[in-house]
Each structure stands twice: as structure tokens, then as C-alpha cells.
Design a protein around this ligand. Structure first.
Ligand code: TXA
Ligand code: MG
Length: 356
């Protein structure tokens, strides 16, 4: 079958089950031969390589321009495959895997010796997850290998939630992208480390803190929030936490808080920047859409629908309409449920945060 190409990167987009079989067989062959294939997961697109092929994993770091001290998640098909990679799986981690796999939960566990250092950036732990997207699962089954896969964006850019986003960053530097449409969750998986007791939330994501605590019936240490507080002076427990992320090319101000105070702060900032001659873009929620005027306005969702905000966030940050604005102002959201992950990403995208 002749697949379309952009700058040499093949776009594997299937219109029916037999084309899907061809696309998966092709992608699996590329992966087995040490190539790079971006594939859809329920969270964001991943940039996959054979996790046991050192040269292929090295290529991931090179094409993403990823700092070598930021380890990768190994994607697997089930808990049995995890046992090949980690020393042991604590009872609480088993409970969570049974409840949330396949799904947007990554578990950090002590690694077995044979897991290559390049995947774990020299750490003694490895991150594993079973993605829920049917194409990701079929691809791994067909390839018969675990896939090392970071988000398929250039380091520092917002994660890709469509094949188009992947091509914007990666066309010409990877072998293929398997096009599965838009990702349904839209923010990356929750990363939970079992190297501490209680377990530590390193990155909020698709599985919320509330959902984790509900299953464990005990506390989870919210390390992600601690590390984002301005008083935090420790070493990041997840190397990825120390980099500015998800950043559009334009400076971004995040206005936190809620109600009248947040609205006044956002209105004042918008007015001041416009008066100084800057072209401003706004990222807002439906409830406040009518309070402001600006050359570019993007509405994420209602504040009552944080799941939709998560699904749309990266596409909005990547919006071409923001390319010619001078500054973006984003409205913050209440930090509960998946709103926690949305705020984590907005804070990492922000050049300046205005607190209540
Ligand atoms: O939803 C997701 O998790 C997506 C899809 C493709 O599965 N993947 C993803 O990968 O977001 P990446 O590489 O963009 O983010 C992985 C995060 C980084 O913050 C990294 O530092 C952390 O997981 N991580 C990986 N291995 C770790 C380890 N052994 N200990 C602590 N943190 C780790
Ligand atoms: Mg990433």
C-alpha cells in the first residue's frame, strides 16, 4: 500500500480494518528494525522505539532534543510484562494497576538490572504504563516488544494530541506516525512513584489524586504540587519536573485564583499590556468569555468541565492563531480532579504566574 509522506515521514492512516492491519504491520516492522514510530495513546501521542534497542532509544533523545537526564516511560501490554522489568510490585501498586490499566497511570518501581540505563537516565527505578488506546495496544502486540515512548513533541513544546501536531514537530526526523485521530484525555498520564512510602505523585494526569486515594484508602504524597510551590528548594524526584514545559513560543502569564479577584487581575493585566502596545491572546473559560476583549481569544471549556479543558489544552497552546500575538494571558482553574493536571501544565507553560 502507498502511504502519504511529509518530508519522508510516513503517515499511516487507516480507513478500514484491512488498511489498519497493513498500517500496524508496517509500524511494527519499523519498530522491530530499530526505527521510530509515533503512535496515539489515550493521553497524548508517544514517540515509540524498541525499549531494548539502545541505538533506537538514543535516537529518541536526539530527535526530541531531550536532556539526557530525563528518563522515559516503558509502555507495556499488561502487568505480567511489568514483572520482567521491575524487581517487585508492591500490593498497593498491584491494586492500582488492576483498577486503572490499561489507562493513564504510570508506576515508578525499582528496576531489574537488565533495563538499560539510557531509558532510566541512570536511575535505579523504571516507569511503566499500559496505555488504553486500541491502536497502541495492537501495535505493541504486533511488534512483540515493550516501547519506550516519551510524548512525541520537541522538548519544551506542548505535547501532541493529533498526528498533525506530531508532524509539526517531527516531520523529517522520524520514520512514521500512526494516525489515530485526536487523543481523548489530552494531558499525559499520572506518574506515581512507589520508591517512597506513602507513594508520591510526581505528575498529576488522567488518573486523579482523588481516584488514587479512593483505591488506596490512604494518603498519597502530592510531590508535584510541593515542587511547584515557590518555597520548594529540594531536588526534583522526577527529572522531567525541573524543565519549563508545554511552552508556546510566546510569553504566557497565568492568572490564578477565582471569582471577582481573578477577574479583576486578569482585566487589569489585559488592559495594561494592550495600552503598552502588545497584541494579547487570551485563554479563558466559558463563564468569563464576555468579560474581556482581545485580538485572539480561545475558550477551553466551562469551568465545570475540566475534562474538556484537559482534552483541548495542548491544541489551544499550539494554536496557530497565537503565533503572531506578543503575549498570552491564561485564566487559571480550580485545582481539583483533572483540573490539578491542567493547572500543573499551565504553570509549567507560564513565564509568569499571578497569584491571588
Ligand atoms: O501519557 C504519557 O505518559 C505519555 C504517553 C506517550 O504515554 N508519555 C509521556 O512521556 O508523557 P514523557 O517522557 O513526556 O514524560 C515522562 C515523565 C517525565 O516527567 C519523566 O521525568 C518521568 O515521567 N519519569 C520517567 N521515568 C521516571 C523514573 N524512573 N523516575 C521518576 N520519573 C520518571
Ligand atoms: Mg513530555
Amino acid at each position: 500500500m502507498a502511504w502519504p509522506c511529509v518530508k519522508g515521514t510516513i503517515i499511516l492512516k487507516a480507513k478500514n480494518p484491512s488498511e489498519e492491519d497493513c498500517a500496524l504491520a508496517y509500524a511494527a516492522e519499523i519498530l522491530r528494525n530499530g526505527g521510530l514510530v509515533a503512535f496515539p495513546t489515550e493521553t497524548v501521542y508517544g514517540l515509540g522505539a524498541n525499549a531494548l534497542n539502545l541505538q533506537a532509544v538514543k535516537e529518541i533523545y536526539r530527535v526530541k532534543k531531550r536532556p539526557p537526564d530525563n528518563p522515559l516511560i516503558v509502555h507495556i501490554t499488561g502487568i505480567e510484562q511489568a514483572r520482567d522489568l521491575v524487581c517487585s510490585i508492591p500490593r498497593e501498586a498491584v491494586l492500582l494497576a488492576e483498577k486503572f490499566w490499561p489507562g493513564p497511570l504510570t508506576l515508578v518501581l525499582a528496576k531489574k538490572k537488565h533495563v538499560p540505563d539510557i531509558i532510566t537516565a541512570g536511575l535505579s527505578s523504571v516507569a511503566v504504563r499500559v496505555p488504553a488506546h486500541p491502536l497502541a495496544l495492537k501495535l505493541m502486540a504486533k511488534a512483540g516488544i515493550p516501547l519506550a515512548a516519551p510524548s512525541a513533541n520537541l522538548s519544551g513544546h506542548p505535547s501532541p494530541t493529533t498526528a498533525g501536531h506530531v508532524l509539526d514537530d517531527m516531520a523529517g526526523s522520524i520514520d512514521a506516525v500512526l494516525d489515530g485521530g485526536s487523543c481523548s484525555i489530552g494531558v499525559e498520564s499520572t506518574v506515581l512513584s512507589f520508591l517512597s512510602d506513602p507513594p508520591a505523585l510526581l505528575r498529576p494526569g488522567g488518573i486523579t489524586l482523588e481516584m488514587l486515594q479512593d483505591v488506596l484508602q490512604s494518603k498519597v504524597m502530592d510531590f508535584a504540587r510541593r515542587q511547584q510551590s515557590k518555597d520548594f528548594k529540594g531536588t526534583p524526584s522526577s527529572p522531567g519536573m525541573k524543565y519549563r514545559h508545554y511552552a508556546p513560543q510566546t510569553p504566557l502569564y497565568l492568572v490564578e485564583g477565582e471569582g471577582a479577584d481573578q477577574r479583576r487581575k486578569l482585566a487589569d493585566l489585559n488592559k495594561k499590556l494592550a495600552q503598552e502596545g502588545y497584541k494579547v491572546g487570551l485563554i479563558l473559560f466559558e463563564e468569563s468569555r464576555d468579560f474581556y476583549a482581545a485580538p485572539v481569544i480561545k475558550v477551553l471549556s466551562s469551568k465545570k468541565d475540566p475534562c474538556l479543558a484537559a482534552e483541548r489544552l495542548f491544541a489551544v497552546l499550539r494554536s496557530k492563531d497565537f503565533l503572531d500575538v506578543d503575549v498570552i494571558i491564561a485564566e487559571g482553574l480550580e485545582e481539583k480532579e483533572i483540573g490539578h493536571a491542567v493547572m500543573n501544565r499551565l504553570r509549567k507553560a507560564a513565564t509568569k504566574i499571578i497569584v491571588p
